[in-house]
Design a protein around this ligand. Structure first.
Ligand code: HEM
Length: 394
């Protein structure tokens, strides 16, 4: 019998146990997804990494055989989308325009602003009522403020863009809601970009407008698609990673202790490895016949590269189920791998480190205000995490 994907979790902080069985017994196997199709599921580290680095696998969701995450993500594409769903030279050309914005040096320069924002949010949280929702008060606004300031999007509009971002990615919201959210974000960011052509600003949208759109290197519609990608990818993922990491640390106080002291730089990578929030896997479709681990994946067949279970593969990680904050090397796949490696990975690491350290030092007696079993984990959303995190402290 072909397994349904994704299978259910047993522990909210670990991938479904069935995925570990498949990795052991049938590491390249067919699974059944929502539309009845049966793409290949890869669960071994070496195979996931090999496919993500192989240009014969396409990210283009309009190609027949691409394993869409759900009806909404299949129906969403009207235009050509952003470069996260483009292959080859077009992808490289559009991505290259942004590389300079996300280097270690540029990201490190944001550290004081990120630390200040974290401290201000914590002042407000500490002065407010208990219990408090840590997602609404901290985990979401922190990356949301950071990415708005970086792009030059007014943070006052956060309720608008956060809600649209969420609906855009959420397959359970239905195709109509999903397309409407994307169109509204496109109109909103299109207007912001338009204003910059008359009044240049020193922010990412301003630079994109002056250096790429004005010179004809970037079309208006590609500029809008890029802006949507950065705004959405820049806060949804990090917010959930902060919230889920916090819940995990509060449930495991001996690990939380590490962040109250001088956590090694490697600590956040261990959280990224263990909690890998993109739990629906990286989706690809083969454009040629490819031999992989004794199996032939035919041109036109879909592939789901399950980074979450690959990140616990004993073939790559010694004692993979153990939390080892000093683990080094730690070549996890939580940010993907290859040409589509997360553009914001330096920024995400910095935000996560600042967020957890500032929080656990400022509120050393922070604890969950409800049992773990009552937390609203995002099982059905392509970005795993928690919608609300009730916490209290004394
Ligand atoms: C791509 C994860 C934060 C921007 C990706 C991919 C993953 C990922 C797995 C690869 C997609 C694929 O292979 O199909 C994460 C996680 C984050 C995070 C877990 C936080 C913990 C960020 C931030 C930004 C960002 C803060 C800032 C703008 C992007 C962009 C891409 C991307 C632009 C597309 C790269 C390309 O296709 O070339 N991310 N991300 N991400 N991420 Fe992130």
């Amino acid at each position: 019998m072909t397994d349904a994907f994704p299978p259910p979790r047993a522990c909210p902080y670990a991938p479904p146990p069935r995925l570990a069985e498949l990795r052991r017994d049938a590491p390249i196997s067919r699974v059944r997804i929502w539309d009845g199709s049966t793409p290949w599921l890869l669960t071994r580290y070496a195979d996931v990494r090999a496919v993500l680095a192989d240009r014969r696998f396409s990210v283009d969701p309009t190609r027949p055989g691409y394993p869409a995450r759900g009806p909404a993500s299949r129906g969403r594409r009207t235009g050509r989308g952003s470069f996260i769903s483009m292959d080859g030279l077009e992808h490289a050309r559009l991505r290259r325009m942004l590389i300079a914005e996300f280097t270690v040096r540029r990201v490190e320069a944001l550290r004081p602003a990120i630390e200040r924002t974290a401290a201000e949010l914590l002042d407000d949280l500490a002065a407010g009522p208990r219990p408090a929702d840590l997602v609404a008060g901290y985990a979401l606004p922190l990356p949301s403020i950071v990415i708005s300031e970086l792009l030059g999007v007014p943070y006052e509009d956060h309720a608008f863009f956060e809600e649209r971002a969420r609906a855009m990615l959420d397959d359970s919201a239905g195709g109509g809601a999903n397309r409407a959210a994307t169109a509204e974000l496109a109109r909103y960011l299109g207007t912001l970009l338009q204003r910059r052509s008359a009044h240049p600003t020193d922010d990412l949208l301003g630079r994109l407008s002056a250096e790429q759109v004005a010179t004809g290197a970037l079309s208006r519609s590609d500029a809008v698609a890029t802006a949507i990608l950065l705004l959405v990818a820049g806060h949804e993922t990090t917010a959930n990673q902060i919230a889920l990491s916090t819940a995990f640390l509060l449930d495991n106080p001996e690990h939380a202790e590490v962040f109250r002291g001088d956590a090694p730089a490697t600590a956040v990578d261990e959280l990224l490895r263990l909690l890998t929030i993109t739990h629906f896997g990286r989706r690809r479709v083969a454009t040629a016949d490819v031999e992989l681990g004794g199996v032939t994946i035919r041109a036109g067949e879909g592939v789901i590269a399950a980074a979450d279970i690959a990140n616990r593969d004993p073939g790559e990680f010694a004692d993979p189920e153990a939390v080892d904050f000093g683990r080094s090397p730690n070549h996890h796949l939580a940010f993907g791998h290859g040409e589509h490696l997360c553009l914001g990975h330096h920024l995400a690491r910095l935000e996560l480190r600042v967020a957890l350290t500032a929080l656990l030092r400022r509120l050393p007696r922070l604890r969950l205000a409800v049992p773990t079993g009552e937390l609203p984990f995002r099982h059905a959303h392509p970005i795993y995490g928690i919608d609300r995190l009730p916490v209290t402290w004394d």
